[in-house]
Design a protein around this ligand. Structure first.
Ligand SMILES: *[C@@H]1O[C@H](CO)[C@@H](O)[C@H](O)[C@H]1NC(C)=O
Ligand SMILES: *[C@@H]1O[C@H](CO)[C@@H](O)[C@H](O)[C@H]1NC(C)=O
Ligand SMILES: *[C@@H]1O[C@H](CO)[C@@H](O)[C@H](O)[C@H]1NC(C)=O
Ligand SMILES: *[C@@H]1O[C@H](CO)[C@@H](O)[C@H](O)[C@H]1NC(C)=O
Ligand SMILES: *[C@@H]1O[C@H](CO)[C@@H](O)[C@H](O)[C@H]1NC(C)=O
Ligand SMILES: *[C@@H]1O[C@H](CO)[C@@H](O)[C@H](O)[C@H]1NC(C)=O
Ligand SMILES: *[C@@H]1O[C@H](CO)[C@@H](O)[C@H](O)[C@H]1NC(C)=O
Ligand SMILES: *[C@@H]1O[C@H](CO)[C@@H](O)[C@H](O)[C@H]1NC(C)=O
Ligand SMILES: *[C@@H]1O[C@H](CO)[C@@H](O)[C@H](O)[C@H]1NC(C)=O
Ligand SMILES: *[C@@H]1O[C@H](CO)[C@@H](O)[C@H](O)[C@H]1NC(C)=O
Length: 536
């Protein structure tokens, strides 16, 4: 700062000197070269020459270190070194009383020593503006220096750097974050355009900065779990968040009562989900907070839910005996535990729900295979849960064999095909046999190919099981054609008469033949006698 001030003062002084002192008509000082461009810190030669014939007090006014290299009758060659800024060295001379001067313009350029890009945050939200600042240290002339923001190779924005080359300059760029920016390398490039000075365009580039962008939906993760969890069951806890970016970098987990669950996470193109299997055991408290937490960038989204754990076992339904004989008393008892109430027990008289319901019944054959049903309810967190239990009664009863199951009179035509239906009822299933009273012949129960005459008769059907026995008479009447005696007698008579007639005809014919023969014999005798007699 101080040197800048001093230089300014000096330049002002020289200008003043030039203005105040009138130049002589022909005395001329010239400087060569009049214009130069050089890299900061470089050196150059300046030739000051004069047309003044007599006095030779040529001098060079400059703030840079100078060496007089050579001199001639009216010239002096100087070397300026370590030229650090754009400046105007001045050749001057006192020609008699007159003083004259000439200045040259040395344009000093320098490359930025340091170019750096500072993202404000590691993560940027998609759809929001964010700023990136490019810090440029050094670089001159600043009027020809600009800063360019690059995404990969693509130019996003350009701004002049400006300011004093001595002071580091921060240029800020505003960028609208997009999904495409995620994972892209951003950099800042300075461009020193020395083409007007006959040089080139010089670049200096900062290091790449990897930018990360994220996008989150307005909604929180969705928790899919039942509110009530039963002890002894396995529950699937599921949490999902859709519409986020980049899903691959999101972290999602489930936390039950502050304890992270072992889970399996799935990441799709724009969703993440996690699943945990929970063994609900009795060690859990009655209520547990469940959290689903999603972390992306520096953001945390979470959903909370309170799970209620309950213990509910089905009511205990008992029968005093599972198998009884007909007529015995059976006590049906249903008991609910853990605060549950029995709301229904089949067969029991209606009443308000209580922890236990009981009744007694006289077992009848109709009760055999009867299913008793008991249901209990438990109220958990305002919800009514129901469970039920069933039991079956087995009633043993004696055989039943009545008209309905076994007809007392069966009338069948002989030779017809019939099914002999006779069934005895009872528990256990009775055994049934039908025997003819007289000779003990068995009546085949079931399909009969052809009804035989011999099956006619009265049978005793006997059914028995462990509970007793019963006997029933069954009459089987087989219809068949009785023999026709008149026809037989008539037939026999016809045959007899026919025989007699035949015999009579035969006898008559025989007699006739004998008689005829005898006549013939007589005639022959007569002829013989006639022949033997002498002719008259
Ligand atoms: C300096 O300039 C003068 C006048 O133009 C010239 O005669 C002289 O040769 C120059 N010196 C050098 C070293 O170029
Ligand atoms: C800036 O660029 C120039 C040429 O383009 C190079 O010579 C110089 O070393 C660079 N400066 C830095 C600090 O990288
Ligand atoms: C981002 O900045 C630009 C101007 O730089 C402005 O037009 C735009 O509305 C801003 N967008 C948001 C989302 O802030
Ligand atoms: C970003 O730059 C790093 C190294 O600077 C490089 O490994 C990576 O591939 C670049 N990424 C892209 C998308 O160009
Ligand atoms: C759950 O219920 C069963 C049967 O009713 C009982 O043995 C157990 O002690 C109960 N556990 C809790 C934690 O209530
Ligand atoms: C059961 O039988 C007993 C006698 O054996 C009788 O007093 C009672 O009323 C019967 N109960 C029912 C429900 O029939
Ligand atoms: C009884 O409980 C079983 C499950 O244990 C269930 O499938 C059935 O629907 C229940 N019956 C009634 C009538 O509630
Ligand atoms: C069978 O028939 C006889 C007479 O034909 C009758 O007296 C008897 O009651 C009948 N029996 C049944 C069980 O119908
Ligand atoms: C057939 O059997 C019935 C009894 O079932 C009996 O009354 C009848 O006399 C029998 N008939 C014959 C021809 O045996
Ligand atoms: C049938 O039952 C009676 C009693 O009802 C019993 O005396 C008899 O021995 C039983 N007969 C058979 C074959 O079980």
């Amino acid at each position: 700062m101080a040197s800048t001030c001093a230089k300014a003062t000096l330049a002002l002084l020289l200008a003043l000197v030039a203005a105040v002192i009138p130049e002589p008509g022909d005395a001329q000082v010239s400087i060569h070269p009049r214009e130069a461009v050089l890299l900061r810190g470089g050196s150059m030669r300046v030739n000051c020459s004069s047309s003044c014939p007599k006095d030779h007090s040529l001098g060079l006014e400059t703030q840079w270190p100078k060496d007089e290299l050579e001199s001639g009758p009216n010239w002096k060659l100087f070397e300026l070194s370590d030229i650090r800024e754009t400046s105007r060295p001045l050749c001057y001379e006192n020609c008699g009383t007159a003083q004259s001067s000439a200045s040259a313009t040395i344009t000093v350029y320098s490359f930025p020593e340091h170019v750096e890009l500072h993202p404000q945050l590691a993560w940027q939200q998609v759809g929001k503006n964010f700023t990136l600042s490019c810090l440029v240290d050094g670089g001159a002339p600043r009027t020809q220096l600009s800063a360019v923001l690059l995404r990969g190779e693509e130019i996003l924005s350009r701004q002049p750097v400006g300011g004093d080359p001595q002071d580091p300059k921060e240029i800020t760029f505003t960028v609208l974050a997009s999904r495409g920016d995620h994972g892209a390398n951003f950099s800042c490039r300075t461009e020193l355009d020395l083409r007007p000075q006959g040089l080139a365009l010089f670049y200096n580039v900062s290091e790449d900065k990897l930018l990360r962008t994220y996008d989150l939906p307005a909604a929180n993760p969705k928790l899919h779990t039942p509110d009530l969890l039963e002890v002894g069951t396995q529950q699937k806890l599921f949490c999902l968040l859709e519409g986020l970016f980049p899903a691959s970098e999101a972290q999602i987990y489930l936390e039950l009562a502050g304890r992270r669950l072992t889970q399996k996470s799935t990441k799709g193109r724009d969703f993440v989900s996690t699943t945990a299997l929970l063994e609900v055991t009795e060690e859990f408290d009655r209520t547990l907070p469940l959290r689903c937490v999603l972390k992306l960038a520096d953001q945390i989204l979470e959903t909370q839910k309170t799970l209620t754990i309950y213990n509910f076992s089905a009511p205990v339904l008992t029968l005093s005996q599972l198998e009884v004989s007909e007529g015995s008393q059976v006590t049906v008892n249903c008991e609910a535990h853990g605060g549950a109430l029995v709301v229904h027990l089949s067969g029991a008289p209606p009443g308000p729900p209580t922890a236990q319901v009981q009744f007694t019944l006289n077992a009848s054959s109709e009760d055999n295979k009867r299913r008793f049903f008991c249901s209990a309810v438990l109220e958990v967190a305002g919800k009514l849960l129901s469970k039920n239990q069933t039991a079956e009664l087995n009633v043993l009863y004696g055989p039943r064999l009545d008209e309905r199951d076994c007809l007392g009179n069966w009338t069948w035509p002989e030779g017809s095909q019939q099914t002999l239906k006779c069934q005895a009822w009872g528990n256990p299933t009775p055994q049934l046999t039908c025997r003819q009273e007289a000779d003990g012949t068995l009546l085949p129960i079931g399909e009969v190919k052809a009804v035989k005459r011999e099956m006619n008769g009265t049978y005793k059907c006997h059914a028995f099981n462990s509970n007793g026995n019963v006997t029933r008479d069954v009459h089987v009447i087989v219809l068949y054609q009785p023999p026709n005696y008149w026809a037989i007698i008539t037939g026999a008579l016809v045959v007899v008469i026919a025989c007699l007639v035949g015999i009579a005809v035969y006898v008559y014919n025989h007699q006739r033949k004998i008689r005829k023969y005898k006549l013939q014999k007589a005639q022959e005798e007569a002829m013989k006698l006639k022949a033997q007699a002498p002719p008259p």
